[in-house]
Design a protein around this ligand. Structure first.
Ligand code: PRE
Length: 360
């Protein structure tokens, strides 16, 4: 079959393959249902969702993909396929920062696929509460942006939470100016979340100088206000569809690689997937060289440090907690040896979770 065949012959061949794919997809779904039955038989508390297994399935299809389909597109197809298989095992509820149309919802759907049920919350703290109370199985919280840095509020909540980090999601963030007015000179007010206003600061200064900007609780809320009041909002594409606003200017973020990283939180510890990260919270003793003595053992063991952030501990003035991300899983011998070594030198060491690095 190829370019010399007629359109109807080629479409007939596609129909034939689609029928085979449909049979194979459903055979795969039957196997996932059988896996669920085995999980129920073997465990008292059952985690139907297995982030480590999902990451290795996605990595494997990307590695084995012969093309011409792009690796990332094949991974997205499998992302949705596994999401549907998991929904047959156990329908999952995932909490995100609402209202609907926020980037956190987009991140949740990117990570879990569209077969999960997403529930909105009013604040980041509420996402933690929903998961802690069992109202939601998992939650997705923003943690850092490549332009604006860390979302300190999220880190602060981790200090008092027993939840585990089960995964990470990286989302390219495109901001658009959404409004139903016809031209830029008719825009009198721009609503958005403060992070998004900051990410578009240069664009606002050069295209809407002197126009009032108002920070609100989320970009979706900004879009809702813009549609009600005839104002403008900076938000993403989903919000433009949801609130029926035109895109007067697109991709207005100052930094072309503007990316936000989100964390998936839940009640489960994730086993190694083969390519993992570990996030931890460390409180050092208030003595000279304390931070050095915490970081040096990672370097000696050849463990890469991805990130270190400090936050006031809120226990005493000028007392700090460090949030550290490293390469590797807490069950890896190299990592667990260093964690043991650190214990005598710190006031607190709390592993927030080991989880697969983002695959899609
Ligand atoms: O392997 C499992 O544990 C499954 O439940 C199957 C499956 C899949 O569809 O491949 C589905 C859900 C899990 O999160 C991981 C993988």
């Amino acid at each position: 079959m190829g370019v010399n065949d007629s359109l109807s012959e080629l479409r007939g061949a596609i129909d034939e393959l689609d029928s085979q794919l449909l049979t194979l997809f459903n055979q795969r779904a039957d196997l996932a249902k059988a896996v669920a039955a085995v999980k129920l038989r073997e465990g008292e508390t059952v985690d139907f969702y297995r982030p480590d297994r999902e990451a290795s399935v996605l990595r494997r299809v990307k590695e084995q993909n012969p093309g011409p389909l792009k690796d990332e597109h094949v991974a997205r197809i499998y992302r949705e396929l596994m999401s549907s298989c998991l929904a047959l095992e156990k329908p999952l509820t995932v909490a995100y920062l609402g209202p609907s149309g926020t980037f956190t919802q987009e991140a949740a759907l990117k990570h879990f696929g569209h077969a999960v049920h997403t529930v909105e919350t009013a604040t980041i703290a509420d996402i933690f509460h929903e998961v802690e109370n069992g109202e939601a199985h998992y939650g997705v919280v923003p943690v850092e942006n490549s332009t604006e840095g860390v979302i300190s509020h999220t880190l602060d909540i981790f200090m008092n939470s027993a939840l585990q980090i089960c995964g990470e999601v990286a989302l390219r963030i495109h901001h658009h100016l959404l409004t139903n007015v016809e031209a830029l000179d008719q825009v009198k007010v721009v609503y958005s979340h403060q992070q998004s206003l900051a990410q578009c600061r240069q664009w606002l200064m050069s295209h809407l100088p002197g126009v009032e900007t108002i920070a609100v609780s989320s970009n979706a809320e900004a879009a809702r206000l813009a549609s009600e009041e005839g104002a403008a909002a900076i938000a993403g594409e989903i919000a433009s569809d949801l609130y029926q606003l035109n895109m007067l200017a697109s991709n207005i973020e100052d930094e072309p690689n503007n990316t936000t990283r989100f964390l998936v939180i839940g009640q489960q510890e994730v086993p190694p997937s083969g390519d993992d990260k570990t996030s931890m919270m460390i409180s050092t003793k208030n003595i000279a060289g304390a931070l050095q003595s915490v970081l040096a053992p990672f370097a000696y063991a050849g463990i890469s440090l991805n990130k270190i952030e400090s936050r006031p501990s809120r226990q005493a003035a000028w007392d700090y907690v460090f949030f550290v991300d490293i390469d590797g899983h807490q069950d890896d011998e190299k990592v667990s040896t260093v964690l043991q070594e650190l214990l005598p030198n710190v006031n607190l060491l709390k592993v927030l979770g080991s989880y697969p690095k983002a695959v899609i």
